[in-house]
Design a protein around this ligand. Structure first.
Ligand code: URA
Length: 213
């Protein structure tokens, strides 16, 4: 729970915190950074998917037949916000190989820092799926709000948003715009700077995942 928001889950697992600290280090290279993002996504995904519905199915063990729980249906969609969100996809699909994957492309206006859509492709139908939107950095919250807007416009209902690091400003903005979603955060940082970077943060997540500058 974060402040008054019972639907904001801030991770406190030592492994997640340790890996986030490694991400922050400016000397962590692209290869290691990518692996860490993937591992964190997997560890956080384990928590975020803890409410997936189960149904009892009949299984024959070597000893006898029994009714035993399995995930009900294949109704999960992972939606990375391009491009940094792509780095988190493999970590979650390692847990849920049959999940469908949508994409939302947003770019940030350099001056206003506001997001603009350039691509959106979601699995259809989306209405009955649990949708996990992933983006490592929740900064101003502008992209996150837009991404969830698009998903809702397409009919998405059960939406979770997962980020590695969040600024308090981003959490507030996302919660004000979409109080009905669940937000999973690896760590809440201090603040945004004048360029809308998270402090202390880890720099530009997309550049560090893809080795660009
Ligand atoms: N996006 C990033 O990649 N890093 C930040 O600090 C803020 C937004």
């Amino acid at each position: 729970m974060y402040k008054e928001y019972s639907n904001v889950y801030v991770n406190s697992h030592p492994l997640v915190q340790h890996k986030i600290s490694m991400l922050r280090n400016k000397n962590t290279g692209t290869n290691e950074f990518r692996k860490l993002i993937e591992e964190i996504a997997m560890l956080m995904g384990y928590e975020a998917l803890s409410d997936l519905p189960l149904e009892d199915v009949e299984i024959e063990t070597p000893i006898e037949t029994c009714m035993t729980p399995m995930i009900a249906g294949k109704k999960l969609a992972i939606v990375p916000v391009l491009r940094a969100g792509l780095g988190m996809v493999s970590g979650i699909t390692a847990l849920t190989p049959s999940a469908k994957i949508g994409h939302i492309g947003l770019y940030r206006d350099e001056v206003t820092h506001e997001p603009h859509e350039y691509y959106c492709k979601l699995p259809s139908p989306i209405e009955q799926r649990t949708i996990v939107v992933v983006d490592p950095m929740l900064a101003t919250g502008g992209s996150a709000v837009e991404a969830v807007n698009f998903i809702k416009q397409h009919g998405g209902k059960k939406i979770k948003f997962m980020c590695v690091i969040a600024a308090p400003e981003g959490i507030e903005r996302l919660m004000k715009a979409h109080p009905d979603i669940q937000l999973y955060v690896g760590h809440v940082d201090r603040e945004l700077n004048e360029n809308a970077y998270i402090c202390p943060g880890l720099g530009d997540a997309g550049d560090r995942i893809f080795g660009t500058k």
